[in-house]
Design a protein around this ligand. Structure first.
Ligand code: NAD
Length: 477
């Protein structure tokens, strides 16, 4: 498909320019990349009405037909991966190769969900009674996505919501709406009008969605702080919520690791997508026996990583996505400096345009420092020395977050025993950030409510309905 330079919302199958517009910047240059519609409450209202109107017939569409549409959407994404990835790299900042993986991964997510079915549980089938529990769609789903993986994280929501028979109003982040709007152009050719609507806008649009009485469920991915607001607002109309929120994931490195082998893995555990990954290793606890050599190996590796504009050849790390996040990361760096922390790498301010922060590694900051306690969501890695496993587990768990974590050791059984003591929704052993559309993923504690992925994730887009039938023969008897 030939994408033009216009970006339009998708409402009831039609592409709309809206009445006002918002600027979208390229984070590598801070220049305006494009304009997108700034939706009004009326625009949102029409998108919700369209979704409500489309709901009965979409819910009644046979499951196999809904699956075929999802597969076609996945095919369309993959067939257009090249232009979409270029656009994604320009609006998000990530290297082109990673943007391509995100687009292809989004297609894969759309395809993979079609292997799932909605189960029916037979509760009783006796002489007197037949009772079953089935799963029916909740209605209109409001899907709200963040800016770090704009397309992929929208595809954590749209396929299961549509597969279950719901219709959707999707809102991308105002920092990264472009690829999602082009996805909308593809969807307009595949889905019936109103089944998927895409609206873009500023800071008010999310709260308008969470308080809209025509939306039955909010599926939200973003920060814990915003997640609390979403839940409070959704409470007024008792909307269902799935919240995928922030984290402060720890990596625990045991003394038996092969230092040279794990150094690059740990670097990317923290720095992939410039650290703007909810499940990045945000605190790296290293056993004292390997602390010095591993710290040196991570720093040596980090020094040869190429930082630049995402679309430039050879770039491995791009800029931070937006000015508020850039300022937040600089603030955390300054705080670590003020506290007298030792910087093994980075920490200097970048001169010139773009929200660039060079990879920054901090040597054993105090446990109480902000860079250890808060989610940095940027290219700053604190390396922390430990000598007692019980003590480190207590430190790892001593946070309100509980998204994910990782254990690194040659002894898989020992690592598994530690993993079971970590209070987070996912723990990886000797790998990190492996997610599957067919496995449940979600946060414990204040990292979220509910899960995405797998049958459990699909069922979050349904209500259980139990139908009980008293058999006539039994009634007569
Ligand atoms: P954010 O919370 O600022 O914004 C997320 C989305 O919510 C955006 O679309 C935004 O416009 C919208 N929004 C803002 N205020 C709102 C409100 N009051 N009501 C409804 N919607 C509102 O998050 P972000 O900065 O875009 O993303 C970074 C955060 O997301 C990090 O904390 C990261 O850990 C988290 N995250 C979590 C996961 C996960 O799966 N758990 C995945 C990716 C990112």
């Amino acid at each position: 498909m030939n994408f033009d330079a216009n970006f339009r919302m998708l409402i009831e199958g039609k592409l709309e320019v809206g009445h006002a517009s918002l600027e979208v910047l390229n984070p590598a240059t801070e220049k305006v990349l494009a304009h997108v519609p700034d939706a009004t409450p009326d625009d949102l209202g029409r998108a919700v009405d369209a979704a409500r109107k489309a709901f009965p017939s979409w819910a009644a569409t046979p499951l196999e037909e809904r699956k075929a549409k999802l597969r076609a959407l996945g095919d369309a994404l993959m067939a257009n991966a090249e232009p979409l990835a270029r656009l994604l790299s320009s609006e998000q900042g990530k290297p082109l190769a990673e943007a391509t993986m995100e687009v292809m991964g989004s297609g894969y997510w759309l395809h993979a969900y079609t292997s799932l079915d909605l189960p029916v549980t037979v509760n009783e089938d006796s002489a007197e009674r037949y009772s079953e529990t089935r799963h029916v769609p909740v209605g209109v789903v409001g899907a709200i996505a963040p800016w770090n993986f704009p397309l992929l994280l929208a595809m954590f929501k749209v396929p299961p919501a549509l597969l279950a028979g719901n219709t959707v109003v999707l809102k991308p982040s105002p920092f990264t709406p472009l690829t999602t709007l082009k996805f909308g152009e593809l969807a307009a050719q595949i889905l019936p009008p109103g089944v998927l609507n895409i609206v873009t806008g500023g800071d008010n649009l999310g709260p308008w969605m969470t308080s809209h009485p025509g939306i039955d469920k909010i599926s939200f991915t973003g920060s814990t702080q915003t997640g609390r607001r979403v839940m409070a607002s959704a409470a007024a109309t008792l909307k269902r919520v799935t919240l995928e929120l922030g984290g402060n994931d720890a990596a625990i490195v045991l003394p038996d690791v092969d230092v040279e082998q794990v150094a690059p893995q740990l670097f990317w555990a923290g720095f992939l997508n410039n650290g703007q990954v909810c499940i990045a290793a945000k605190r790296v606890y290293i056993h004292k026996d390997v602390y010095e050599p591993l710290k040196a190996a991570i720093v040596a590796y980090a020094k040869q990583v190429k930082v630049g504009e995402g679309t430039a050849d050879g770039t491995q790390l791009g800029p931070i996505n937006n000015r508020p996040q850039y300022n937040r990361v600089l603030d955390l760096i300054q705080d670590a400096k003020d506290k007298g922390c030792k910087f093994l790498l980075g920490g200097e301010k970048h001169s010139g345009p773009g929200y660039f922060v060079l990879p920054t590694i901090i040597d054993n900051p105090p446990e109480s420092s902000r860079i250890v306690q808060e989610e940095q969501f940027g290219p700053v890695m604190p390396l922390i020395r430990f000598d007692d496993i019980d003590d480190v587990i207590a430190r790892v768990n001593g946070t309100d977050f509980g998204l994910a974590g990782s254990i690194w050791s040659k002894d898989e059984d020992k690592a598994y025993a530690i993993a079971q003591r970590i209070t987070s929704g996912t723990v990886w052993i000797n790998e990190i950030q492996h997610l599957s559309p067919l496995a449940a993923f979600g946060g414990m504690k204040q990292s979220g409510i509910g899960v995405e992925g797998g049958l459990e994730g699909l069922l979050e887009y349904t209500s259980s309905q139990t139908i009980t039938r008293r058999k006539q023969a039994a009634a007569a008897g």
